[in-house]
Every structure is written in structure tokens, then in C-alpha cells.
Design a protein around this ligand. Structure first.
Ligand code: AMP
Ligand code: ZN
Ligand code: FE
Ligand code: FE
Length: 280
């Protein structure tokens, strides 16, 4: 069984439509794929509809933007009720804040480089959770950078003068909300030093106290030392350990199935989650 529990479609900052992502998962030899778009579940229906044709099981999920102090934290939620009012309200608030923040970043960039909001909209499907990757695509279309990775290394980097933060719920609160919604909260890439500062053991411990179910240990942004550290934390706290690609289609080098999760961990996630895995 090959199981990849972290991917993005055009419902957020991936480049595949949700149905095309399920098809790509089948071509990549996966048995199970989770769709985890940023702060939205609007890709679920199309992905579900593609399951019978492609024979890949679907785990319905999302990646919730959170803050722990000033630190940006990503929380994967699996198999939650997508209509839970508390979780839905936070996701909508974050999505609105992301849009506002993207406009402010474009205003700042436009002081130095030819770039308009229309350029960004041209790279963004309607209803999408807008993020820096869409600004990156607009910068590339204008010829200011070669691709998303180049944009993130320069104009869009967290330390860049054009960087603007956005509202997101407190991470411990998000863990509790995911549990209330019947979801299974798994901390996404908590050892990704390439993205900036990371959570301390104590900070992860506070999320465990709030109800965290698991940690994404195997991720391309983790070095061996981080993998060892996080696996140790998970063992001590009795948490589930996942591995995933964080596939974004053509927008990132990450390939479907480049990291995987074991079948027994998936079984535990389904056991704890309110929704079932959608099977062919
Ligand atoms: P945002 O959430 O709008 O701050 O943008 C961060 C998102 O951009 C993350 O979810 C990543 O998936 C994506 N991202 C981060 N670094 C890169 C990169 N070097 N190349 C492409 N996408 C990236
Ligand atoms: Zn993303
Ligand atoms: Fe993430
Ligand atoms: Fe992601």
C-alpha cells in the first residue's frame, strides 16, 4: 500500500485540478491520496468524483494556517466535518486575511517592479485560497523570476521587505477546533528549517496537550536530525507518524509518493476521524 497524505490542488496553491490530482496519484502508483488544500475543502467534491474512475482512495483533508506566537505553523486536518461552524469560520477569516495580505504585498512589490493585482488574478482560479505561490506565478509571467522557487528565494522570502504576514488562528486553538469538528490534527513539516524558525519541543508539547494526533516526520524539508528529533517526540508522546510529499503539481519539485505513510497509521487516522476514507 502506498499512501501519500499531503497534497494541494488549484483549490489552493497547487496546479492540478482536484480530479486531475487523483488521476496523477493513480499514475504515480499510489493506493491512497489525501487532498489537503490550504484553509479550504472546496476541492473535495471533484476529487471524490474522480475516485471510482482512477481507483485511488481519497482522504479528505485540509492544511490549516495557524500561528504559535509569531511563528507560522501548518496543521493538517483529516476527515473532519467540513460544515463545523467554528472551524469553517476560522478558515474563512484566514482566507479573507490571505487575500488582503496578497494585495498589500502586490502594492509593495509594485513600487519596484511592474506587477498588478490583475496579474495575480490571472494566475488564480476563482474561489482559490490565495497565497504567495500565486504572486510567484504572476512574477514569473512578467519575467521578473524564472519560477516559484526563484520567487520564494528572493521577492517573496519571509525576510523580504515585501513580505506581509496574515491573520491565522492560534495553533493550540486550531488543534482543539479540528478535534471538535471530528478531524485528526497532524502537525505539518514542523522541522522545516528551510522555511525559517521552527517550534521548540515545549511548543509542540503544548499542541499535544491540546489534542494533537500526529506529526508529519517524513517530509523533504526535514533533514536527518529533524526526522530523528520529531520521531523521538512522537514516540514519547504516543503520536502517529506520517510521511508525505506536499505535492503542489508543477509549482514545486515535490513528486507524488516521494514520502509515504504506513497503512496502520492510516487505519488509526480513519479510526479517529469523523468521515470515512472514500474508496473506489
Ligand atoms: P503563504 O501560505 O501564502 O505564505 O505561502 C506559503 C506556501 O508557499 C507554502 O504552503 C508552500 O507550499 C509554498 N512554498 C513555500 N516555499 C516555496 C518554494 N520555494 N517554491 C514554491 N512554493 C513554495
Ligand atoms: Zn502550499
Ligand atoms: Fe505547509
Ligand atoms: Fe502543504
Amino acid at each position: 500500500m502506498r499512501i501519500d497524505l499531503h497534497t494541494h490542488s488549484v483549490a489552493s496553491d497547487g496546479t492540478d485540478a482536484p480530479g486531475a490530482l487523483v488521476a496523477a496519484a493513480a499514475r504515480a502508483g499510489l493506493d491512497v491520496v489525501a487532498l489537503t488544500d490550504h484553509d479550504t475543502t472546496r476541492g473535495w467534491a471533484e476529487a471524490e468524483a474522480a475516485v471510482p474512475e482512477h481507483g485511488v482512495a481519497l482522504v479528505r483533508g485540509a492544511e490549516i494556517s495557524c500561528l504559535a506566537g509569531h511563528l507560522s505553523v501548518h496543521l493538517l486536518s483529516y476527515l473532519h466535518d467540513p460544515t463545523h461552524p467554528g472551524l469553517l469560520a476560522e478558515a474563512e477569516r484566514t482566507r479573507t486575511a490571505r487575500l488582503d495580505r496578497a494585495r498589500r504585498m502586490v502594492d509593495l512589490i509594485a513600487e519596484d517592479l511592474a506587477l498588478t493585482w490583475d496579474d495575480v488574478e490571472a494566475q488564480t482560479a476563482p474561489g482559490t485560497t490565495v497565497g504567495r505561490p500565486h504572486i510567484a506565478d504572476a512574477l514569473a509571467a512578467r519575467g521578473h523570476v524564472t519560477d516559484r522557487s526563484a520567487a520564494f528565494a528572493t521577492v517573496l522570502a519571509a525576510g523580504s521587505p515585501y513580505y506581509v504576514p496574515h491573520y491565522a488562528p492560534d495553533a493550540a486553538r486550531a488543534v482543539r477546533l479540528v478535534r471538535e469538528a471530528g478531524g485528526v490534527p497532524v502537525l505539518a513539516h514542523p522541522g522545516a528549517l528551510v522555511r525559517g524558525r521552527i517550534l521548540t519541543d515545549a511548543a509542540i508539547g503544548r499542541l499535544v496537550d491540546a489534542g494533537l494526533a500526529g506529526i508529519e516526520v517524513d517530509h523533504r524539508d526535514h533533514d536527518d536530525a529533524q526526522r530523528r528529533r520529531l520521531a523521538g517526540l512522537a514516540r514519547e508522546a504516543g503520536l502517529l507518524v506520517t510521511g508525505s510529499s506536499d505535492y503542489h503539481g508543477g509549482g514545486k519539485p515535490n513528486l507524488l509518493g516521494e514520502r509515504t505513510t504506513s497503512p496502520d497509521v492510516l487505519a488509526a487516522i480513519e479510526e479517529q476521524g469523523r468521515l470515512a476514507v472514500v474508496r473506489p
